[in-house]
Design a protein around this ligand. Structure first.
Ligand code: 6GU
Length: 237
């Protein structure tokens, strides 16, 4: 998959996505990640990318033109353009699965107080990663690119890891344990040591339901199917 990020701070995305599984996915060619800095698309002496908001107020607003030019340079017919903003649709695993099918994703990262509203029509989707405010779209882009990259076939060794996991089944995952069997007085639950696969599956199911009911009643209420939350359409352009 090809992914491009339009950002004033490429290092905020490049560095975290150079480590671990995503770093390896890039080295192995599963993910081809590129960056466009709106500053490189300015023409004035100071390479200006932001200005004061019309109507007054605090902070600076990113200007539309440098972002537009950057986007024009990378956008192709099959590109899916995502504008990262806390006002966007909330990202979830269902959306990650949809985005993983795309050939080319382009992320536009706002910074400061945001981007001139007139760039919004250039995006296919406005996306948020949760109900809190970040300094910019960059950490959100990292989260989304990470979640999507691990779903690209071949990136993870066992595809099973993406089938059984938290959220895909509409439940949080059961807890995991590894050696030693007793750690500082705490034992590994008996069923996991039984070697009985049916018993293990039942134990995990039951722990997953218990955990989901306790910490995420909203997920529990939605049921076991990975169906969209009520009233939400899951169809992307
Ligand atoms: Cl996409 N951007 C910013 N600035 N803050 C956020 C966000 C995005 N998602 C959650 N908070």
């Amino acid at each position: 998959m090809r992914v491009d990020a339009v950002t004033l701070f490429p290092g905020m995305i490049d560095a975290p996505l150079s480590e671990s599984i995503v770093g390896r996915a890039r080295e192995e060619g599963f993910l081809d990640l590129g960056f466009l800095n709106p500053r490189d698309f300015t023409e004035d002496r100071h390479r200006t990318v932001d200005d004061k908001p019309y109507g007054g107020g605090t902070g600076m607003v990113m200007m539309a033109e440098p972002v537009y030019r950057a986007l024009k340079k990378v956008r192709r017919k099959n590109s899916f353009v995502i504008l990262l903003t806390p006002k966007g649709r909330r990202f979830d695993q269902g959306l990650a699965l949809e985005l993983a099918k795309k050939k080319h994703l382009v992320f536009i990262c706002g910074h400061y107080e945001g981007i001139d509203e007139r760039v919004t029509p250039l995006a296919d989707l406005e996306l948020s990663i949760g109900d809190y405010v970040l300094t910019g779209g960059e950490p959100a882009a990292v989260a989304v690119i990470d979640a999507v990259t691990r779903l690209i076939p071949g990136v993870l060794k066992k595809d099973d890891a993406t089938v059984n996991e938290t959220f895909t089944g509409g439940l949080l995952e059961a807890p995991h344990y590894t050696r030693p069997g007793v750690w500082r007085g705490q034992k590994v639950p008996e069923p996991l040591l039984s070697g009985n696969h049916k018993l293990i599956a039942e134990w995990r199911r039951s722990r997953a339901e218990e955990l989901t009911g306790k910490t995420r009643p909203d997920l529990a209420a939605r049921g076991p199917e990975r169906k969209p939350a009520r009233g939400k359409k899951r169809i992307l352009k």
